[in-house]
Design a protein around this ligand. Sequence first.
Ligand SMILES: [Zn+2]
Length: 309
Amino acid sequence: MLRTTMYCFSLLIFLLSWACVPIYARNRVHQLAPDVYYWAGDLSKHEQTNVGFVVFRDYVLVIDANFPWAAEHIIEDIKTITPKPIRFVFNTHYHADHIMGNSVFAARGAAIVSTDDLALELGNKGMADVLEQTKIKLHHLELPSVRFSDRLVFDDGQHRVELVKYGRAHTKGDGVAYLPAEGVVFVGDLAVNWTHGNNLSDQDVSYIGWIRALDNIANLHLKTVIPAHGDLGDVDLLRRQREFISDMWKQVKQGLKAGKSPAELKKTLQFTQHGIFARDPRETEDMVESMCERARTQPDWNSGPGESE
Ligand SMILES: [Zn+2]
């Protein structure tokens, strides 16, 4: 009897504590491993970036800052998981949906972390990029204050997160957050898993660099891949993203070298075999157009037409 009463009491406490967690936190925070979580982005709310967070012994490290309005929700949701302070926010690349929330986290005491190249890119292109993408004129852009060239490791004996540079790829300064013990990697926009395609249009994109980055990341010990947009996946997501970019690069190069116009290539090239990556025909056309615009500036543009990539 006492045991039944205790059980009911415990269940009641559990249900009450669960009821106190805001509904959006329940739906949006997903646990990947002990102390390792991601907060699911939602395009319909203009909060499209998946945001990771790792609870270390004394602090929380957040991966990507999303938009400012999303950052407020993320901070509240993290509080439902842990009272520890958010000390560091890592930006995977400089695009607006990954960095605009920096100022919200910084105002609460977090230091922003990135590759050196990302910090330069954000300083040079960030304001204009934010304005172009969001129509919001920023008065203050929070730049990373902790910067690294190739690798920065957070390791407190309980958790280890390796921030590793893989740019130039999607942008100049791309980095990923890799948790070797858990086999988890947060890849930013190096791979996505939604029907809206990937953004291939950054002025410093390197398609070959991107393909190589995906190959190198796929060689890590991995169980879970968290793309910045869409559902989580595994190493197969990296391979499929790689094949899509590689196939588009090959077809675009061959087409341009055969004298076809970008407009012609937009209408004729076929990528439907790549499933989710090419599900939206308009997005796919935009990607072909971007690639055509940048093709001649790419490092391997001058290799022969029959080359592998
Ligand atoms: Zn993004």
